[in-house]
Design a protein around this ligand. Structure first.
Ligand code: NAI
Ligand code: 6NA
Length: 457
């Protein structure tokens, strides 16, 4: 049976098994991509590449409903959230179409050595290894900046979203990109390692688990290739005593339940000031428990399935283990019986550092809740984590919020908003959440040769 299968997690029905690509196919893709890198397409005028991004954005907008439906059927995201994902993909394509030329302008440096400037050049073929949770957005985050810069990309998508992977590749071709600019490969992890080892591959971008990130970064390091990693997170949602409780509840519940909690920057650890903890918990619990499971294509559904049987089995075991080590289930804590990969919205309390779950990311609708006495304790708890991706702080005192945001050891902090993403904002983390930044002016330079040129004075 193929390793790439479209299975609807709402009913576990096999939609399609996709043929895997053999070594010959992968080698031909690499050859084509490398030849494209050495052509005028990659090294010449940027405008033809930006025109492809403009057309890609328009195509995505025109086919938004079709694309959203494919994703919802293949990985269980609520249809409204899939539409949102498709919308941000066209935003990212358009953003780089409009701004890449400016980002890649030579940057002058003042120097006594001479007239100095920095030029930005593509470095070659990039391998992208991407996850299922945002099956288009994760691909667009790599495609748009690298296509603008001139790096061809070979993409290995997650095994459970092959339809999304296939339709994305077709969209890029339909937008006018030459063969080799973006190639989807239904390949194995061993074949990914072979590509990373090849001298024609100059970098690898991965979004996914620590396990995958560690394996791919090790391969990249061994072969001296640049890598970027966007891995898991255990983001805090800090609600201080002067917060707008109702808005914090609304966004906290939304943050924990969106995409059935399968978001690296989702609110996961809720840190509540003791003065508002009871009020927040009562409203937050009601909001989580009001979620109604159903078909992700039904607009009335507010709780979709997890992405696969494996994902649900992992979560069931993880919550059971947390309870075995002393966590309290305030509500939920069980798989939802019946067809599909559904799991109850859950709140866990009583987690201590002695419980392995204290340091774990729950990739599902499972919130960890903690109560603290003051800001110092909130920051100490927030930073007691192996992850460092995002986080949010809720307070009416912006000076207080900014101070806490600066103290929290992550790559992104939002004040009075759940974590979010947009093309113009850098995205990435520190510690075991990975390294490098995607999107914004930073994302287009991660795989650029930032070349110094000096005319001696
Ligand atoms: N940062 C993020 O946005 C995401 C993080 N995750 C994390 O990953 C955990 C597991 O989710 P999975 O889908 O299993 O993620 P995963 O890390 O297994 O898969 C992500 C991508 O990496 C590939 N991959 C896995 N091992 C590899 C290897 N040794 N060499 C090359 N490619 C490899 C997969 O095929 C997929 O394309 C989640 O519980 C969550 O913690 C998952 C999805 C997104
Ligand atoms: C809307 C937030 C996007 C987060 C992408 C991720 O989970 O890697």
């Amino acid at each position: 049976m193929s390793a790439y299968q479209s299975i609807n997690p709402a009913n576990n029905q096999l939609l399609k098994a996709w043929n895997e690509h053999d070594d010959a196919y992968a080698q031909q893709a690499l050859k084509t991509a490398d030849e494209l890198f050495h052509s005028a397409w990659s090294k010449g005028d940027i405008q033809p590449r930006l025109q492809v991004l403009h057309r890609l954005a328009d195509l995505i907008d025109q086919r938004a409903e079709e694309l959203a439906t494919i994703a919802s059927k293949e990985m269980g995201k609520l249809i409204g959230q899939s539409r949102g994902e498709v919308k941000i993909c066209s935003q990212i394509a358009r953003y780089y179409a409009e701004h890449a030329a400016t980002f890649l302008q030579p940057q002058p440096y003042q120097s006594d050595v001479g007239d100095a400037w920095l030029e930005y050049h593509p470095i070659g073929v990039i391998v992208a290894v991407e996850p299922w949770n945002f099956p288009y957005y994760q691909l667009m985050r790599v495609l748009a900046p690298n296509l603008a810069l001139g790096n061809p990309v070979l993409a290995k998508h997650a095994n459970i979203v092959p339809h999304c992977a296939d339709v994305f590749e077709k969209l890029v071709a339909e937008a006018g990109a030459p063969q080799g600019a973006w190639t989807n490969l239904f390949i194995s992890t061993d074949q990914v390692a072979d590509l990373i080892a090849d001298h024609r591959v100059q970098g690898v971008a991965l979004t996914g688990s620590e396990r995958a990130g560690s394996a791919v970064a090790e391969q990249a390091g061994k072969h001296l290739k640049k890598s970027t990693l966007e891995l898991g997170g255990n983001d805090v949602f800090v609600v201080l005593d002067d917060a707008d409780i109702d808005e914090a509840v609304r966004q906290g519940a939304q943050g924990r339940l969106s995409n059935c909690g399968q978001v690296c920057t989702a609110a996961k650890r809720f840190i509540l000031h003791e003065k508002i903890a009871d009020t927040f918990m009562a409203k937050f619990s009601a909001a989580l428990q009001s979620a109604t499971p159903g078909d992700p294509l039904d607009e009335k559904t507010t709780l979709g399935p997890l992405s696969s049987k494996d994902a649900r089995e992992r979560l069931v075991k993880q919550v059971d283990d947390a309870v075995k080590h002393g966590a309290r289930v305030e509500f939920g804590g069980r798989a939802i019986e019946g067809v599909g990969c559904y799991y109850q919205p859950t709140v866990l309390t009583g987690l201590t550092p002695e419980n392995p779950a204290y340091y774990q990311e729950f990739f599902g609708p499972v919130a960890q809740v903690y109560v603290v006495a003051d800001d110092r304790a909130a920051v100490a708890l927030a930073n007691d984590s192996n992850y460092g991706l995002g986080g949010s702080v809720w307070t009416k005192d912006i000076t207080r919020g900014r101070k806490m945001a600066s103290q929290i050891e992550t790559g992104m902090v939002f004040i009075n908003s759940q974590s979010d993403t947009s093309a113009e904002l850098p995205f990435g983390g520190v510690k075991r959440s990975g390294y490098g930044r995607e999107l914004s002016d930073l994302g287009i330079k991660e795989f650029a040769n930032q070349k110094l040129v000096v005319v001696a004075g």
